[in-house]
Ligand binder design. Structure first.
Ligand code: NAD
Length: 487
């Protein structure tokens, strides 16, 4: 399985003010191909000097981008969307090489990112301000929605292209310039995106890409030239981002982790519920996704039947070479991820947090890459780490409940609040549960992967702020009131 195609990877570099920069002031990251562990690239990383340069380039490009004819701004974003679709195969190959995503599934993320650009291109020229009635006559009062200026977009490695769609599309549509910081281990999708953006006519400096780690992230978050930070990542990093942003009182959007409950009632379509539990709860991105339903809550009446189906589904998943069209689950993204998942499963076993029903080990014959079998624990103790902490890997915790009230209590009983899922055919129950669940989003009988027109984000330790729809656009606008005396 020594299939690597490094020629598909864009040259590792920084893109600042439209020019390529090779600087190693933030160090060099040795990039390993997740399916073999082999080194396939050396990634130069931004340090504080490149952060300064990128912010300055974005600041310099801002007035012209803000004032550009709106039809032209819209045309550029629409053209970028078209280019993302046309480049699907290449971007899919990059995702496979970058983080080991099965190639069959990887190609879809460029279409998803394109959808976000098309959607937000549609808002350009349509986000009008308001005229506000003032108590005394003889005056006109109106509200302007203005861009903020320079947006720092810090993204994780698990789905870089989708994060780019969710952050960069609304930021640019609102008239801002962007400094995009992908992580060390996933710079390639962002760099290819920058090439497509330039080809689509995005002026130099409007988008700057600076791959980097904690040093670059921290310099960016405390930079006085940044007007807003939009961050997706883990809670521990988010606290550092928030603390750094406090220095310049820079506002932040934080999209963090989750441990989303997937609640199955006896009246549900069990086929559909079991399919989703396996595909979204275990297989998708090898479990490395913030919104994935990693806690399965099953009513006592159908518990045994659901468990049987889910375990059979997990055991049937083909784990292996991400280039093979039959592969359903690729490797984890990095050696650190493999270590994290292995540690979490080993602790769950030694804590007796639940009964191991599937997986719990690496697959046979795939020792070189970062593979792990889809793993299922049943009758999980709700207080255990296994039930409480995001693992970010293919590990499903199944819990049992006996009433709606108990389901709500279990579902809400974690620090997170990103998403929740319900399977029922009972309309009353669907609405009652949707209202009672402590989550930024609730889905009934389905798994919507972040639709561009809907608000996406968390509550509690899953963060704050929203991406998607008008809510996502407003995050990148400031409000100005204008009062004009007419007497
Ligand atoms: P992470 O927090 O380690 O890194 C996220 C980003 O922050 C990376 O670009 C990283 O380089 C950067 N960073 C690291 N230290 C920094 C610092 N001191 N200051 C500023 N930036 C810094 O997260 P990860 O391991 O890349 O991703 C996994 C986490 O992201 C999980 O918790 C997952 O749930 C979460 N996530 C959330 C969403 C969502 O939309 N809610 C989506 C995907 C992933």
């Amino acid at each position: 399985m020594q299939r690597t195609l490094p020629d598909k990877l864009p040259a590792p570099r920084l893109v600042i003010g439209g020019g390529d920069v090779i600087s190693t002031s933030g160090g060099v990251y040795e990039h390993h191909y997740a399916a073999t562990g082999g080194v396939q690239a050396e990634v130069p990383l931004a340090g504080p000097a490149e952060v300064d340069a990128a912010v300055a380039a974005a600041r310099a490009a801002f007035p012209a981008w803000r004032d550009l004819d709106l039809n032209r701004r819209r045309d550029i974003l629409q053209e970028l969307a078209r280019r993302l679709v046309a480049d699907g195969e290449r971007l899919g190959a990059i995702a496979t090489l970058e983080v080991g995503t099965p190639n069959l599934l990887a190609s879809s993320s460029s279409a998803m990112a394109a959808d976000w650009f098309t959607y937000y291109a549609g808002w350009i020229g349509r986000s009008a301000g308001e005229v506000v009635p003032v108590p005394a006559g003889g005056a006109l009062d109106y509200v302007l929605d203005e861009p903020l200026g320079v947006i720092a977009a810090i993204i994780p490695w698990n789905g870089p292209l989708i994060s780019i769609g969710m952050k960069v599309a609304p930021a640019l549509a609102a008239g801002n310039c962007v400094v995009l910081k992908p992580p060390e281990n996933a710079p390639f999708s962002a760099l290819r995106f920058a090439e497509l953006a330039a080809e689509a006519g995005l002026p130099p400096g409007v988008l700057n890409v600076i791959p980097g780690g904690a040093e670059a992230g921290s310099a960016l978050c405390s930079h006085p030239g940044v007007d807003k930070i939009t961050f997706t990542g883990g809670g521990e990093t988010a606290r550092k981002v928030f603390a750094a942003a406090a220095q310049a009182l820079t506002p932040v959007v934080l999209e963090l982790g989750g441990k989303s409950a997937n609640i199955v009632f006896p009246d549900a379509d069990l086929d559909a519920a079991a399919t989703m539990a396996v595909s979204a709860g275990l297989m998708m991105l090898s479990g490395q996704g913030c919104i994935l339903p990693t806690r399965l809550l099953v009513h006592d009446d159908v518990y045994d039947e659901m468990v049987t189906r889910v375990v059979a589904g997990a055991d049937a998943l083909t784990v292996g070479d991400p280039w093979q069209p039959t592969t359903m689950m690729g490797p984890l993204a990095t050696a650190a991820q493999l270590e994290r998942v292995t540690r979490a499963v080993d602790s769950a076993l030694s804590d007796k947090a639940g009964k191991l029903l599937a997986g719990g080990r690496r697959p046979d014959g795939l020792d070189a890459g970062y593979f792990y079998r889809p793993t299922v624990f049943g009758d999980v103790d709700p207080a255990s780490d296994l039930a409480q902490t995001e693992i970010f890997g293919p590990v499903l915790a199944i819990l049992r409940f006996r009433s709606e009230e108990e389901a709500v209590e279990l579902a809400n009983n974690t620090q997170y609040g990103l998403a929740a899922y319900i399977h029922t055919r009972d309309l009353r129950r669907a609405h009652v549960m949707a209202a009672a669940l402590d989550a930024g989003g609730v889905a009934v009988n389905g798994f919507p992967i972040v639709p561009s027109a809907a608000p996406f984000g968390g509550v509690k330790q899953s963060g704050f702020g929203r991406e998607g729809g008008i809510w996502g656009l407003r995050e990148f606008q400031r409000t100005k009131n204008v009062y004009i005396g007419l007497q």
